[in-house]
Design a protein around this ligand. Structure first.
Ligand code: PGA
Length: 257
């Protein structure tokens, strides 16, 4: 059985004080839930990691970074390493988000290096894959997913693939209010799982968690979570408010697979 994972990607939002307020509120709302059934992850901006880490210490909520550089230390101005994320209290790290691919030159090659660096530093990578609107309209969705998954995971062996979470995020659904329908999401998730089965065997593919991301809200999480290959969500906008994120977590927990 795959454990559900709901992660909040705060992107370029929240000062330290705002981040403390949000994580305190989430603690109040979520500390009583049965965390056996779910992993909850908060991914604040780098500046707020340590403060949020203190708030959620010894709780059922995990901390994640939004990116990392693949070298542990060195002359790389502006970068943050896996070792530093670990030091700040992180257990997870988002890698290859479409905003990084679009605006900051992230490629499958850099994604691959970052995944390996995360694993070396005992961080669980949340590896984002997904097609642009024009790629979907041109019927290239599966080709893009194959390219992102296969090339992003080059050289990752059977043992390490089990430490990875994949996030399917159709780019046209991110921040647009346009969610993929549950059927579209399931179709993409199933394609990714079948591909993982070809690469690593069915037994391993069945254990890998695949999250959906793109305009996830309290009112669409249940239908999405009912899909057999959908194991959780990577939430952007709706993770910035206590109520909406808590509601997403609680509703996801109701859908028992
Ligand atoms: P959104 O973002 O929920 O605001 O669409 C999702 C993401 O970018 O991970």
């Amino acid at each position: 059985m795959r454990k559900t994972i709901i992660a909040g990607n705060w992107k370029l939002y929240k000062t330290i004080n705002e981040a403390i307020e949000l994580s305190n509120g989430l603690m109040r709302d979520l500390f009583k839930i049965d965390s056996q059934g779910i992993d909850i992850v908060l991914c604040p901006p780098f500046t707020a990691l340590s403060s949020v880490s203190e708030v959620i210490l010894e709780s059922n909520i995990y901390l994640g970074g939004q990116d990392l550089y693949w070298v542990d230390e060195g002359a790389f101005t502006g970068e943050i390493s896996g070792k530093m994320l670990k030091d700040a209290g992180c257990s997870f790290v988002i890698i290859g988000h479409s905003e990084r691919r679009q605006f900051f030159g992230e490629t499958n090659e850099t994604v691959n290096k970052k995944i390996k660096a995360a694993i070396v530093n005992s961080l669980t990578p949340i590896v984002c894959v997904g097609e642009l609107l024009k790629e979907r309209e041109a019927g290239k969705t599966f080709d893009v997913l194959k390219d992102h998954v296969q090339n992003g995971l080059t050289g990752i062996d059977k043992e390490d693939i089990l430490k990875i979470v994949i996030a399917y995020e159709p780019v046209w659904a991110i921040g647009t209010g346009k969610t993929a329908t549950p059927v579209q999401a399931q179709e993409a998730h199933k394609y990714i799982r079948d591909l993982l089965a070809k690469l690593y065997g069915q037994d391993i593919a069945d254990q890998i968690r695949i999250q959906y991301g793109g305009s996830v809200k309290p009112d669409n999480i249940v239908e999405l979570m009912k899909q057999p290959d959908l194991d959780g969500a990577l939430v952007g906008g709706a993770s910035l408010q206590i109520n909406s994120f808590s509601e997403i977590v609680k509703k996801a927990l109701e859908v028992i697979k």
